[in-house]
Design a protein around this ligand. Structure first.
Ligand code: ADP
Ligand code: MG
Length: 722
């Protein structure tokens, strides 16, 4: 991390404040073992467990919460649902029970309102030697219930006469790990380290943002914010400190993303698709199966403009399931053909690739476009033929799966790459597609049906332009969603029967995850056998990922053609499968699915004119989080709302499509789920700043350049998002 000395081709002339920053940053880059109170052994733990290697890492290791240390509860008021609380009282006596590993220490702790047990399973020897009876203690911990009694496990104790290291009424709490706690490296220990560090750096922290920005936005200064965030003096100062630090974190990310975008746009040229010709016109006039929705029209316009501008298009097309993205993709491809270019369309599963191939082939029948399908199961002879026609340019559209990028496919004139259902593809794979053209990169259109919360899109896909289809084709009735338990099974079967009798079709989906694959597979197969008995008069299909792809395809086709009425499946049908006559989606063990998956699955119905239903089956005992997911599904059909809830529940780092970027995990203080407003603010400020100084050449912005260079050395994986 020695960026002060390493010559960097992008390095700007050193102006004097930056020179001081370098000196300071050398000080802060010291090994954490040199911090008073730490030493080599604790340093090892800090490095291993929390990735705190330097003074600076510790300074930027922020509390996850604050507790008001002026508030004391009475034992008589305590309930097991409370979070961390503070009690004041004395220990009457100790008791040990159990032996060996099962040994535990019990302290009977009392205030004048009652008695509560404090429990230790570890560090018993230490506790016995250091904690005394009949001395007034402040006890800190989270109440729980054990053996029917209220208690507190591994509480923090402090003699009441000792003052806490916090200077104000709040005490900061830091996350630590089990391994650390075993060595008594608790939140309190970290608090002490922070205290020691704060004494060393007093008066030595420098501002990281230009003074004009600070005064324009009335931001707290960096040294003040760093002090207040660890040792808040009052709620207002804490609030301002948090705002300042969150803003700064998000601001630098946006500045980086937007300046990269700027750089890319000014250095790459794109193919100019200036023509709208035979293909698009003929299709539009003669073969368009329905009127486009206004949203589709708007989006096609945006795409056309972008592809005709001379820039290389990098566009994310968001649209809820069933909003008609395929048609937009097709019309975009037709523009490319009209300009003499080839197109590739990549889907995440073979089923979906085949479906796209069939439906696009059908829709463009009259145009005579040359289309081929390339998947993992394409035979060698066919493959060779495809390669040949791609290279001589006679093949216009190649539809396929990952095989498209893994294979040594060479296009003669690739002008557009369409990626369907982005969240299944890593960003790195998207980048691979680019490389298929040596000189000018093709336009890229990425489609996703997993609406990404705006805040996340701005960060993970911040370098892409975004189009949104926010309207479903007319005549769709909102899907009705219900949540049932096992006791309603018979009604569910009756309902299925009614629907099938009325000519509709039904999906029954089972979970299948890697960790419990064998068991899950058995459930699917058992479910299939059971349904065959219950619905002996009907035909039933089954599809799961372990089947041969030719069998899968055959089963899918039977269902598509209405020859089977019920489709038993795993999530292989999650993405994009289109059978408009299917009107019921039954999801078994729905509590085991994630929200975005549930939403995707539900999107398989409600594609025709009939009223559609989604029945979520679950066991009685489900976690609060699962309950919240199912309630959300019952309450709303709005994919964006669902995505927001998903992000609140899981945190952005776990959302599909973000794992590869690692962004959710790398943020130290801002939270993409909660700090959307600050993010928007930061983005606007970054954008304004770049408007005024696109290459960050102004003297007062050198401090930003310096900090951006510093970011390069952090774990934040820029290459994955640029
Ligand atoms: P998704 O956005 O989920 O990929 P699809 O492209 O599969 O959605 O479209 C869903 C269904 O809606 C398909 O059956 C498609 O033919 C139909 N559809 C698409 N656009 C329109 C439209 N403008 N009017 C009526 N139906 C449409
Ligand atoms: Mg689709």
């Amino acid at each position: 991390m020695d960026f002060c000395r390493t010559p960097d081709p992008e390095y700007k002339p050193i102006s004097s404040p930056i020179f001081y920053l370098c000196l300071m940053s050398e000080f802060l880059e010291q090994d954490i073992k040199f911090l008073p109170g730490v030493g080599p052994q604790r340093a090892e733990l800090l490095k291993k467990e929390l990735k705190i290697f330097t003074f600076n890492d510790l300074l930027y290791y922020f509390p996850y919460k604050y507790i008001d240390r002026t508030k004391f509860y009475k034992i008589s008021e305590v309930t097991s649902t409370m979070s961390y609380i503070q009690l004041k009282g004395t220990i009457l006596r100790f008791e040990t029970s159990g032996e060996g590993l099962k040994q535990r220490l019990i302290a009977h702790f009392s205030d004048n309102s009652g008695v509560m047990e404090l429990l230790w399973f570890q560090g018993i020897k230490w506790a016995k030697e250091n904690i005394r009876t009949h001395v007034e203690y402040i006890v800190f911990g989270k109440p729980s219930v054990f053996g029917g009694k209220l208690n507190m496990v591994h509480p923090e104790l402090e003699p009441a006469e000792n003052k806490p290291v916090s200077t104000g009424i709040f005490q900061a709490f830091y996350n630590t790990t089990e391994k650390m706690k075993q060595k008594f490296m608790t939140s309190k220990a970290l608090n002490k380290f922070q205290f020691n560090l704060s004494a060393l750096i007093e008066g030595k922290i420098y501002e990281s943002l230009p003074p004009t920005l600070i005064s324009k936005l009335k931001l707290m200064s960096l040294p003040m914010a760093l002090r207040q965030v660890h040792f808040p003096e009052n709620p207002n100062l804490l609030k301002n400190a948090l705002f300042r630090l969150k803003f700064e974190e998000l601001f630098f990310i946006q500045l980086k993303i937007l300046s990269l975008k700027h750089k890319r746009e000014s250095s790459f040229k794109g193919f100019v698709f200036s023509q709208v010709g035979y293909n698009l016109n003929t299709f539009f006039n003669n073969y368009l199966p329905f009127e486009l929705t206004n949203a589709q029209k708007k989006v096609i316009k945006e795409i056309r403009k972008d592809m005709g501008s001379g820039k290389q298009m990098n566009r994310l097309l968001q649209g809820d399931v069933g909003s008609g993205k395929t048609l937009v993709a097709l019309m975009t491809a037709l523009i490319a053909f009209d300009n003499g270019f080839q197109v590739s369309l990549m889907a995440p599963t073979e089923i979906l690739a085949i479906q796209h191939y069939n439906s696009i082939k059908k829709m463009t029948d009259g145009l005579g476009i040359k289309i081929a399908l390339l998947t993992g199961s394409t035979r060698i002879a066919k493959r060779t033929e495809i390669h040949k026609h791609l290279e001589d340019g006679s093949l216009q559209l190649l539809i396929g799966t990952h095989a498209l990028i893994e294979d040594k496919v060479n296009f003669r004139k690739l002008g557009l790459v369409i990626v369907d259902e982005q969240h299944r593809f890593g960003v790195a794979q998207r980048a691979k597609l680019w490389k298929k053209n040596e000189f000018t990169p093709p336009h890229v259109l990425v489609m996703t049906a997993t609406p990404i919360p705006r805040t996340l899109a701005m960060t993970v896909y911040g370098d892409l332009d975004v189009s949104v289809i926010d309207e479903l084709p007319p005549g769709r009735k909102p899907i009705q969603t219900m949540h049932y338990h096992e006791n309603r099974r018979k009604q569910v079967y009756d309902f299925m029967r009614d629907q099938v009798e009325a000519g509709r079709q039904v999906y029954v989906v089972y979970p299948l995850i890697k960790e419990s694959e064998k068991l899950d597979l058995k459930n699917v197969e058992n479910g299939f056998e059971l349904l065959k008995q219950v619905f002996a008069r009907y035909s039933i299909s089954m599809v799961h990922g372990k089947m041969k792809s030719s069998d899968k395809e055959a089963e899918m086709n039977l269902f598509k053609e209405g020859k089977t009425q019920i489709m038993v499946a795993t999530t292989v049908i999650e993405v994009g499968v289109d059978v408009p006559n299917a009107s019921v989606m039954i999801i078994e063990s729905a509590e085991r699915f994630g929200l975005s998956q549930l939403h995707q699955l539900r999107g398989r119905v409600g594609r025709g004119a009939e009223q559609s239903y989604c029945l979520l089956m679950s066991s009685y005992k489900i976690s609060n989080e699962s309950r919240k997911r199912l309630e959300t599904m019952v309450r709303t059909n709005d994919g964006f709302e669902i995505a927001e809830v998903d992000m609140q529940l899981r945190g952005p780092g776990d959302l599909e499509g973000t794992q590869q970027s690692g962004i959710g995990f790398t943020l130290k203080i801002a939270n993409l789920g909660r700090d959307g407003e600050i993010l928007q603010h930061a983005r606007n400020q970054a954008s304004d700043l770049l408007d005024n100084d696109p290459r960050l050449e102004k003297q007062e912005n050198q401090i930003l350049v310096y900090n951006l260079l510093k970011m390069k050395n952090t774990e934040f994986n820029w290459s994955s998002i640029s």
